[in-house]
Design a protein around this ligand. Structure first.
Ligand SMILES: [Fe+2]
Length: 421
């Protein structure tokens, strides 16, 4: 049932209109002044207002203006009832937003027709507003659902990626168990590779693959015989048979990587990290861009790190020697463009000096005469020895004893020069 509010300061006028509308099946509410009318509108769901213009305190124009200014009440049709016929008043009524006019004395037939048609318009408005609201809430509901699904997918993706990276790290730990040299070498190479990949690779996913390939590039070496691995780590020259066996590490590496079901692209980078730019490398003698980008980056960083460390038993190299060695390989061993980016990196960051200065070793490799380049911290977080201490016989015994109750879990960093002694 539609609810109509009639506002008039004269009681008899209210009664008259009420008597005309109630028989038509409308619920009628009355108010004797504008303020009371405004109060009723906020409390009740009104479908139409019949409003006398001339009232004390708040006249019909002011009541209309206030109701049309509010979002909640602006769609309620308002009919101004006026004894005044002047066009000035009609214009004022339109300006404040009224929907129709009725003149006093009210004609009953005209009243019913106007009310009926305005209520139809109101019903249409209500329907459209409800539809809009329903649509809006559906959109919000769907958007929330999509957002929830997106967050769930992102979480799943992150969990998967974390699990993936965990398994890669486990691999590098296994490599470290077999040889701390290869483990540290892989970490150092990865650090360099990450930077160079950032400069020369645009694809974010490929950058991630390159980083993983760098961590795993020498994983195949864990399957080599210990004696052969030892020889290669020390940079000793290999016999022809040993060389063939050694070169197998790239193929072995690829098959290990395949078993953990990482992307095929990562396995290919591992396989080809000893290919040369001019096609004279191994295992497939592919050349230039046929060599995966990641493999070309790893080749340079690997050579750099190997060059520094293979000279351990001979002498320390100067920055210039390392750069010259690398430059000689431009266009033959190495991709010239990547090499350029790499040399620039070495010069700008002085990584070379940092790498040459210290070396990370395992506890089992710590010997008398070595000098710590960093503080020695044990598992409990306690400082066991401070930086620059030389490992004497007494200190070595003390550390060995301490290792049984509160072990050193991380790498121990010592000055490279003391490693050579
Ligand atoms: Fe290698």
């Amino acid at each position: 049932m539609s609810k109509i509010l009639i506002v008039d300061d004269k009681h008899k006028n209210l009664k008259l209109l009420e008597a005309l509308l109630e028989p038509e099946g409308y619920e009628v509410i009355t108010a004797l002044d504008g303020l009371k009318a405004l109060k009723i509108v906020t409390e009740e769901k009104i479908d139409l207002i019949l409003l006398d213009v001339m009232m004390p305190v708040l006249n019909g124009f002011e009541v209309t203006r206030r109701l049309k200014a509010l979002e909640k009440t602006k769609f309620i049709p308002i009919v101004l009832i006026t004894a005044l016929k002047e066009s000035e008043n009609r214009i004022k009524g339109i300006e404040v937003g009224c929907d129709d006019f009725l003149s006093k004395p009210v004609d009953s037939a005209e009243l019913i027709v106007r009310v009926r048609s305005l209520l139809k318009v109101k019903a249409y408005h209500d329907h459209m507003r409800n539809y809009e609201k329903e649509l809006e809430s559906k959109i919000v509901e769907r958007t929330n659902k999509i957002q929830e699904q997106k967050e769930e997918l992102e979480k799943l993706y992150n969990d998967l990626e974390n699990a993936y990276m965990d398994s890669i790290r486990t691999f590098t730990t296994i490599i470290e168990f077999k040889s701390s040299y290869i483990g540290n070498h892989s970490k150092r190479v990865t650090k360099l590779v990450k930077y160079i990949a950032e400069q020369v690779c645009k694809d974010e996913r490929e950058k991630k693959y390159i980083e993983i390939a760098a961590l795993l590039h020498d994983v195949g070496k864990v399957l080599l015989e210990d004696t052969l691995l030892d020889k290669s780590n020390k940079g000793e020259s290999l016999s022809k048979t040993d060389k063939i066996k050694y070169e197998q590490h790239v193929i072995l590496g690829q098959s290990i990587v395949r078993r953990v079901k990482v992307e095929e692209a990562i396995g290919l980078m591992v396989r080809h990290h000893h290919e040369n730019w001019d096609g004279t490398g191994y295992p497939d003698k592919i050349k230039q861009e046929a060599i995966p980008l990641g493999a070309r980056i790893i080749a340079i960083c690997d050579a750099y790190d190997t060059f520094i460390n293979n000279t351990l038993s001979v002498k320390e190299s100067t920055s210039e020697e390392v750069i010259e060695f690398l430059k000689k390989g431009a266009g033959s061993c190495f991709d010239p463009q990547i090499l350029k980016a790499f040399i620039q990196y070495i010069y700008t960051t002085k990584t070379l000096e940092q790498d040459k200065k210290e070396i990370g070793i395992k506890f089992s490799e710590l010997r008398i005469g070595m000098i710590l380049s960093r503080d020695l911290i044990v598992a409990s977080g306690k400082l066991l020895l401070s930086k620059d201490q030389e490992i004497s016989k007494g200190l070595k015994e003390k550390i060995d004893k301490h290792q049984q109750t509160d072990p050193i879990l991380e790498d121990i960093f010592i000055y490279r020069s003391s490693y050579l002694n």
